[in-house]
Design a protein around this ligand. Structure first.
Ligand code: AVI
Length: 318
């Protein structure tokens, strides 16, 4: 058995091993989507965000460009901007550029390396801004820097990453964010909108095959990190959209009857058998606000682009 040491704060090989062994033993096979983001997967995701078919990133950036001055106008001097995650440089900078009187910027991320990058980048662009990184899992209760006690807080969670969670888990995460910003604190959050299934499928099954490579990297990662022997060329990428459930689903589909060995255990795959790897939920404005209300958030504002592809919500913790 060969377990490679990865950065301890990102999902480790040990967690990956446990998730693969249990996910491939279930009657309906699956691998949790958080394991898509090793170094290779994260680089492929960066490429996805620039694809012509993948509208969410550029659309959210355009929306933030026009609503940032409004959000900034409602933000009292001395507020702390708390970003859940630290990977979205352009988006964060759009807000920071409009908010010269912030007390501090607090990125929260499970990856120390991502935090170090964010800190260096933000301090360079905004000299004088206090950057107070917190290395933690923001889905769990966490301690915030003592310097920000008692200051108004504005949370920021762009990217529609909330959509990768099932509704109950999304509500739990939103409730934790509400605890972190405190009563009266606000959250600016991106949410992808429901739309024509053709456009959604194209966004998750692009012509250049980048999303396919991103999905198949899960099996390559198992080969690299766990010494598994998946024949990656014998699996296809599949994206589907269920309009009733409002979600895109990604799968890896076995092209043939085959087996693969992971950490000494053999798994059989029938031709056509699916391994589920990701959901990406799509919302309408009311549906998203109703979900946020379950976690104690009241709507303040919502902005969309002209084509209503994507939404940016401003919420207040009740
Ligand atoms: C990170 N997340 C919001 C992306 C999405 O659109 O659900 C992940 C992704 N998966 C395939 N393409 C993009």
């Amino acid at each position: 058995m060969r377990l490679v040491e990865t950065e301890p704060t990102v999902a480790t090989s040990f967690e990956f091993a446990a998730a693969i062994l249990s996910g491939l033993s279930a009657p309906e096979k699956s691998i949790p989507c958080r394991f898509l983001y090793d170094a290779a997967g994260s680089a492929l995701f960066e490429k996805i965000t620039a694809l012509p078919e993948y509208y969410p990133t550029r659309t959210e950036i355009a929306i933030l460009g026009s609503c940032a001055p409004v959000i900034a106008g409602e933000t009292e001097p001395g507020t702390v901007l708390i970003e859940f995650g630290s990977g979205s440089s352009i988006k964060t900078e759009l807000l920071l550029a409009e908010m010269p009187d912030l007390y501090a910027y607090v990125p929260i991320d499970i990856s120390r390396a991502a935090l170090d990058d964010a800190q260096a980048r933000i301090e360079k662009r905004f000299p004088g801004l206090r950057v107070l990184p917190v290395c933690a899992d923001f889905a769990k209760p966490l301690a915030m820097p003592h310097e920000i006690a008692g200051r108004p807080r504005l949370g920021f969670f762009p990217g529609s990453t909330i959509g990768n969670l099932a509704e109950d888990a999304a509500v739990e995460l939103l409730a934790n964010m509400s605890k972190i910003v405190g009563k009266g604190g606000r959250l600016v959050i991106g949410a992808d909108l429901k739309k024509d299934s053709k456009q959604l499928i194209a966004a998750y099954d692009d012509a250049a095959g980048v999303t396919a490579a991103f999905n198949l990297n899960l099996l390559k990662r198992a080969n690299r990190e766990l010494g598994a022997n998946f024949d990656v060329s014998q699996f296809d990428h599949l994206a589907t959209y269920d309009a009733d459930k409002g979600r895109v689903a990604l799968y890896l589909v076995s092209q043939a009857d085959q087996t693969a060995t992971v950490l000494g255990r053999e798994f059989a795959f029938a031709a056509g058998e699916h391994i589920h790897t990701e959901y990406s939920h799509k919302y309408d404005v009311d549906g998203f606000q109703a979900m946020a209300a379950r976690a104690g958030w009241q709507p303040v504002n919502v902005w969309t682009d002209e084509q209503r592809l994507f939404s940016v919500h401003e919420l207040r913790a009740a």
